[in-house]
Design a protein around this ligand. Structure first.
Ligand SMILES: *Cc1c(COP(=O)(O)O)cnc(C)c1O
Length: 503
């Protein structure tokens, strides 16, 4: 994920202290003070986390009462001091990370889970349910069914078949596996900008795969697709609704028309973008795609990306519940307590964390998946942040930008005399910004995404190393001016060291 391990964030001494000692004493809940009571510039992102531990404690008391009829049974805990020593050692080790929870981390697709998800997840750890079978987790299996039904409803589905998975990869694997059962012996196609997992998954499933070229906006090229469809070999088309690199949106309405003509299965990989169906500030074209997403045969969305969940939480849903027939199997071990559906009967993974379902259920209870709600607003705000940053980049002569963001991912490159020069500058700016606590990402994109001719840039390479920022935290909108300041200053410093004027 993170490309450079050298530029680890320099935390302030104050926050370092807070991270080390905070868990030992009673947490200091007053925002604006760290654990040692010293003033800091503002509230630490850790404060609310520590406050939520008190809620966890009351919830644990309530959970415990549910089992009070049992005879006393001591559980071996071990040496308390040794235990604490190890946990503090873990805290020390975990400091070697980018500050993903902070708004100045504006790099890869990493979003902190909501505190309600963390607490619900941790609380359920005392039960440690396994959502493979009702025998392993009755309550959490029901919560999974409810939470997944809410996701299906978000796309307009009243009926569906689906469940949570370890992530987008497993969710896509199931979707392609079902597609292969429906159209045996046929090919899978996805765009060149689709997640690389599709070609790899196809290989795992023994299905042949072909990628379809993209246009200059990173979307699947329909002429190229049509030529492939004429061959009669295509069984499944994967529409990427929000590419991982740049958030580009494949032209779903046209793909649906082609499906009517050629009869392939249409799978929508919206692992990243799916939740934007709730946003209220998409372009008209992208809005149309999301409005029609429910017409796809299957949809993947990752609650562990934009859905405020800890890893590992992906989700696959099928429009036709009858695909359950492909999963049919008998288990001599697990399905005894109930005639009701055991999730293992409709999932390729067997043991799965019931805690993931509990975290998701709690989050959707607090922040329902409805248009106009708080969660929907936070997604619109992420997109607004991306549009704001894009606007600043466009106006600045140091940078060139490709197509505007459709979601909340911005890509851009430094103006230089050649593509390879620009790539070198991107890497230098990435390092320089990190020194000032701003963490961006790098992405390798087709050089043709940029109008090189107007920029007077020599096309001496097919791909360009760009700067990339995934603005997926609701706080990002407010932080754009500060992000811009650091970026602007870092770019100027790099250019001063290594002047690269366009030809
Ligand atoms: C992230 C992503 C995946 C892979 O999902 P994981 O949760 O990382 O396994 C697949 N497709 C798209 C479009 C993604 O953004």
């Amino acid at each position: 994920m993170a490309k450079s391990s050298k530029s680890i964030p320099g935390k302030t001494n104050a926050s370092r202290k807070a991270a080390t000692h905070g868990g030992r004493k009673r947490s200091n809940l007053r925002a604006g003070r760290n654990a040692s009571g010293a003033r800091r510039a503002g509230p630490s992102p850790f404060e609310f986390e520590k406050a939520s531990l008190e809620t966890l404690r009351s919830a644990l008391d309530k959970l415990e009462k549910g089992f009070s009829g049992l005879p006393a049974a001591e559980v071996a805990f071990g040496n308390r001091r040794e235990f604490e020593k190890v946990i503090l050692e873990v805290a020390g080790r975990m400091r070697d990370n980018y500050p993903y929870f902070h708004p100045l981390y504006a790099g890869q697709m990493l979003k902190p889970p909501h505190p309600v998800a963390r607490v619900a997840y941790m609380l359920s750890m005392w039960i440690n349910p396994n959502n493979h079978a009702l025998d392993g987790g009755r309550a959490s299996s029901r919560m999974e069914k409810e939470a997944v039904a809410e996701i299906a409803r978000m796309f307009g589905w009243k009926t569906h078949l689906g469940h949570l998975t370890g992530g987008g990869t497993m969710a896509n694997l199931e979707a392609l596996w079902v597609a292969g059962q429906v159209n045996p012996g046929k090919k899978v196609v996805a765009s060149e900008q689709a997640h690389y997992t599709h070609s790899r998954i196809s290989a795992v499933l023994g299905m042949s795969f072909q990628s379809v070229p993209c246009d200059v906006k990173g979307r699947m090229d329909l002429h190229a697709l049509k030529a492939l469809l004429e061959s009669g070999e295509i069984g499944t088309v994967v529409a990427t609704v929000g590419t991982t690199a740049a958030g580009a949106i494949d032209p779903l309405p046209e793909l649906l028309e082609l499906r009517a003509e050629y009869g392939f299965r249409l799978h929508a990989d919206s692992a990243y973008g799916g939740y934007f169906v709730l946003a209220d500030n998409l372009t008209k074209e992208t809005r149309t795609v999301f409005d029609r997403l429910g017409e796809a045969d299957s949809i993947v969305v990752d609650p562990h990306k934009h859905g405020l969940q800890p890893y590992a939480c992906g989700c696959v849903i099928f429009r036709d519940p009858n695909v359950a027939r492909f999963y049919k199997h008998d288990s001599p071990y697990t399905y005894f307590t109930s005639e009701e559906l055991h999730l293992g009967e409709i999932s390729l993974e067997c043991s799965r964390a019931g805690a993931s379902a509990v975290g998701l259920w709690a989050t959707q209870r607090l922040l329902p998946l409805v248009k106009g709600g708080d969660f929907a607003r936070s997604l619109s705000s992420c997109r607004k942040a991306a549009l704001d940053l894009y606007g600043m980049l466009r106006e600045d002569a140091k940078f060139i930008t490709p197509f505007p963001p459709e979601l909340d991912i911005v890509v851009w490159a430094p103006l230089a005399k050649s593509v390879s020069d620009s790539s070198g500058l991107s890497r230098a700016i990435f390092d320089e910004a990190a020194k000032h606590n701003l963490h961006l990402a790098l992405a390798e994109l087709p050089a043709d995404f940029f109008d090189l001719e107007s920029a007077g840039m020599e096309r001496d390479a097919d791909t360009i190393t760009c700067l990339r920022s995934v603005l997926m935290k609701p706080e990002h909108e407010k932080w754009i001016p500060q992000i811009w300041n650091i970026l602007n200053r870092s770019a100027s410093e790099v250019l001063k060291r290594r002047p690269a004027s366009p030809a």
